[in-house]
Design a protein around this ligand. Structure first.
Ligand SMILES: Cc1cc2nc3c(=O)[nH]c(=O)nc-3n(C[C@H](O)[C@H](O)[C@H](O)COP(=O)(O)O)c2cc1C
Length: 207
């Protein structure tokens, strides 16, 4: 049986962390929906809070420590990623951005990614659309249509009858990620990129 590698990146700073809680709920729903289809999932959680010092050191030394290297390798080798950040000053947190700055720019190409965020105010939900989604679009990830935002008041609040509230949004986004994964199967190892020198490309055009 094929096993999907799901990597969950959580950038919450508090303990306990609402960002981690949201990440866990999204993971549970994704695993449940994939398991219903008879698939096995191997989940790795990357807590960026624990890697904060190594991330800062990597910027000044140019090298990752062992734990950071393992986290970067996990994301690079994942079949799908769930990426959850707290909203700081109407955008992703600096720690979240710094981690993805250290991941190779080609590592997420074509990879299914579910984006989510927590915040204090519901008015900043679109930070997912104007900040987080463009980041992953730049990295050429395949971001699922539903991005999940959880403001403080969303936890425990009843749904509005249309979306099913936060649990409904979680299940919808997780379902989209599960469907993307199920439709593709586990990723094959990346082939080395073939770079055709520009002079050769020009010569081919002239021929
Ligand atoms: C420096 C800082 C800036 C913040 N800026 C925002 C903000 O612009 N909009 C918002 O909704 N919440 C903002 N918050 C609140 C956090 O997004 C919120 O507390 C978050 O859910 C905490 O996640 P955690 O429990 O995983 O640490 C800010 C919090 C901090 C510490």
């Amino acid at each position: 049986m094929t096993v999907f590698r799901l990597v969950v990146v959580s950038a919450g700073l508090s303990k306990p962390s609402s960002t981690r809680l949201l990440a866990d709920r999204l993971t549970e729903s994704t695993v449940r929906q994939l398991s219903d289809g008879g698939r096995q999932i191997d989940v790795t959680v990357v807590e960026l809070r624990d890697l904060a010092t190594e991330i800062a050191n990597n910027f000044v030394t140019g090298f990752p420590g062992a734990a950071l290297r393992a986290a970067i390798e996990a994301v690079t080798g994942a079949d799908a990623v769930i990426a959850v950040t707290p909203i700081f000053t109407a955008s992703y947190s600096g720690l979240f951005k710094s981690f993805f700055d250290l991941v190779d720019h080609d590592a997420l190409t074509g990879k299914p990614v579910l984006i989510a965020a927590t915040g204090g105010t519901p008015r900043h939900s679109l930070a997912l659309e104007h900040a987080v989604r463009p980041l992953f679009s730049y990295l050429r990830a395949v971001v699922v249509p539903t991005a999940v935002y959880a403001a403080t008041d969303d936890w425990g609040a009843a749904g509005d009858g249309l979306t099913g509230g936060l649990p409904g949004r979680i299940d919808r986004a997780a379902g989209e990620l599960a469907a993307l994964l199920a439709g593709r199967g586990p990723a094959a190892p990346a082939l080395p990129e073939q770079v055709v020198p520009f002079a050769e490309q020009l010569a081919a055009l002239r021929a």
